[in-house]
Ligand binder design. Structure first.
Ligand code: ADP
Ligand code: MG
Length: 277
């Protein structure tokens, strides 16, 4: 089990150290994240669960360099994050707002590659490959609004994959799609993760989803959020929707994480936390 104060090893890709984020000031102040620390190794799949309003999105935005922390730091590959870092891609919950409606599916996927300065032939290859990987090879010329919600989220995933990130952050990416599509997208993400060797940080409020996908589940407290527990998911690496979800160990882990999330909702804080006077 990783403790928040575990020494940094050379294999740590991402290190979040004593991160704190306070919105606003004075009486309008909202402390979203408090003294939050963890590290992830290269190639890991880490899921983050916590109550709604806990500070999950705030945490992810700080990690992505989209929001400056109030204190503490985020270190990626040994370098402090001060803006959107190279080699990182983010998939948000709201795919409708993250895709450009006036660009086709292929153009949406291609855009970050243009901005990265990737040559035309290479761009074409990456766009085709990533659309193929998410099962959208046949709609490159469609516009996002012509597609279902699940397909639009696939476009957003394809765009992130084409970018070839070293680390991929996903913020409740399947919250707005139906249950069947969600199961398919979960398997797609596991599959892409295994094939690409990318490090994945996946935020969800769905406990079963966190356990099904992750090698570790970080359970967050309610706001101001800290890590309540770092749960190792000791399920076989080969997962599928039926076998894995019927595994007795899956049920034990779900019971454990469920209890922790319930505690979090009741305002439970970790024993290690120093209560401010
Ligand atoms: P989660 O993603 O876990 O639901 P958020 O990170 O979105 O939680 O929000 C954590 C807390 O911070 C909430 O109380 C929310 O209202 C507050 N918050 C989020 N964004 C802002 C903002 N831009 N300004 C002020 N408060 C914010
Ligand atoms: Mg959120």
């Amino acid at each position: 089990m990783t403790s928040p104060t575990a020494p940094t090893t050379t294999a740590d890709l991402l290190r979040v150290q004593a991160l704190r984020k306070v919105y606003g000031s004075g009486r309008g102040e909202t402390e979203a994240v408090r003294d939050l620390s963890f590290a992830t190794r290269e190639g890991e799949m880490v899921c983050i669960v916590g109550p709604s309003g806990a500070g999950k999105t705030t945490l992810l935005r700080c990690i992505a360099g989209l929001l400056p922390p109030t204190s503490g730091e985020v270190v990626l590959s040994g370098r402090p994050v001060a803006g959107p870092p190279e080699g990182m891609a983010v998939v948000f919950q709201d795919y409708a707002r993250s895709l450009f409606p006036w660009l086709t599916v292929a153009q949406n996927v291609e855009l970050p590659l243009r901005e990265k300065g990737v040559g035309k032939a290479e761009r074409r290859r990456l766009v085709a490959e990533s659309l193929e990987a998410v099962g959208l090879a046949d709609v490159p010329g469609s516009y996002p609004w012509q597609l279902s919600g699940g397909m639009q989220q696939r476009v957003a995933i394809a765009r992130a994959v084409a970018f070839q990130p070293r680390i991929l952050l996903m913020d409740e990416p399947f919250a707005a799609v139906d249950a069947q599509t969600r199961a398919d997208l979960e398997d797609l993400v596991r599959d892409l993760w295994k094939r690409l060797g990318v490090t994945l940080l996946f935020v969800t409020h769905d406990i079963d989803e966190a356990i099904y996908l992750g090698q570790r589940v970080l359970v967050l407290s309610s706001r101001p959020t800290v890590i309540l527990e770092d749960v190792a998911v000791d399920l076989p690496a080969e997962r599928d929707q039926l076998t894995t979800r019927n595994d007795p160990r899956f049920h034990e882990l779900r019971t454990r994480v469920y209890a922790l999330v319930q505690q979090a909702k009741r305002g439970h804080r970790p024993a290690s936390e120093v209560t401010p006077a």
